[in-house]
Design a protein around this ligand. Structure first.
Ligand code: C5P
Length: 240
């Protein structure tokens, strides 16, 4: 299975984004993640521009609305030709199913249907918030697992979770179910605001099927070198 490394393009200005991307070699087929900050500012045009240059796009918009609205929105996103996109698993199975239907219906003939990833509990949610604000009686780990199962049953292709959560869940899911994990930090890099981190190699060992890496590459003095080192660590057991 293809195990992508998505570079998170968390910029407030597209000039900065292009400046960064132009420093990288081998742009064709490079996987990038575009979030709400850029999409709400520049709209579908920036997705089309990146796509036209050959980037594989993870459009991270975390949809969460009634099923009909999500289905119609997913239809529009599929027309943009993205590689994958996200919904909140807390929107319910019917909503996830609707998103999947929208993606299938909106994909132009002959093109691959974008993969649908479900965000389980945000990594900013603590056990305390889960209990006292969401009034959930499950532990965080069990709630994440429960949402992941619901997402799979509803037709999602995978989930977004912490690389530290994958190991305990992996065996309960289909082999091709994707575990996409942010919170990746090379050994030599500080944690920033990420609390629970893993190195690329640890994420691979735990069973991540794709990683999302932002600042360790985008803020590096030599982004190409940082990208290559992280890619090497992420792929190091591939040849075995
Ligand atoms: O710079 P850094 O590597 O921390 O960026 C990680 C990316 O993954 C950011 O775009 C962040 O919003 C996203 N993300 C995350 N944790 C989640 C979901 C998404 O860090 N649970």
């Amino acid at each position: 299975m293809n195990k992508p490394l998505f570079i998170a393009l968390d910029y407030d200005d597209q000039e900065k984004m292009w400046l960064f991307l132009n420093q990288l070699k081998d742009k064709q087929g490079l996987h990038v993640k575009l979030g709400m900050e850029m999409f709400y500012q520049y709209g579908p045009e920036i997705v089309r521009d990146l796509s036209a240059k050959g980037y594989q796009i993870f459009l991270d918009l975390k949809l969460h609305d009634i099923p009909n609205t999500v289905k119609r929105t997913a239809h529009q996103l599929a027309a943009l030709g993205v590689y994958c996109t996200t919904v909140h698993a807390l929107g319910g199975k019917q909503m996830i199913q609707a998103a999947k239907e929208g993606l299938i219906e909106g994909t132009p003939a002959g093109k691959p249907v974008p993969k649908l990833l479900a965000v389980t509990e945000l990594t900013s949610i603590s056990e305390e918030v889960l209990k006292n604000e969401q009034h959930c009686s499950l532990s965080l780990a069990d709630e994440v697992k429960s949402l992941a199962h619901q997402a799979q049953e509803a037709g999602a292709d995978g989930i977004i979770c912490s690389p530290l959560e994958v190991k305990a869940m992996k065996s309960e899911f289909n082999n091709d179910f994707m575990f996409v994990t942010p919170g990746i930090r090379p050994k030599s890099y500080q944690k920033d605001d990420q609390a629970r981190v893993a190195t690329p190699a640890q994420a691979r060992e735990n069973g991540s099927t794709a990683i999302v890496v932002g600042r360790p590459i985008t803020q590096a003095a030599d982004p190409q070198k940082a990208y290559e080192e992280i890619l090497k660590d992420w792929s190091k057991n591939d040849a075995k």
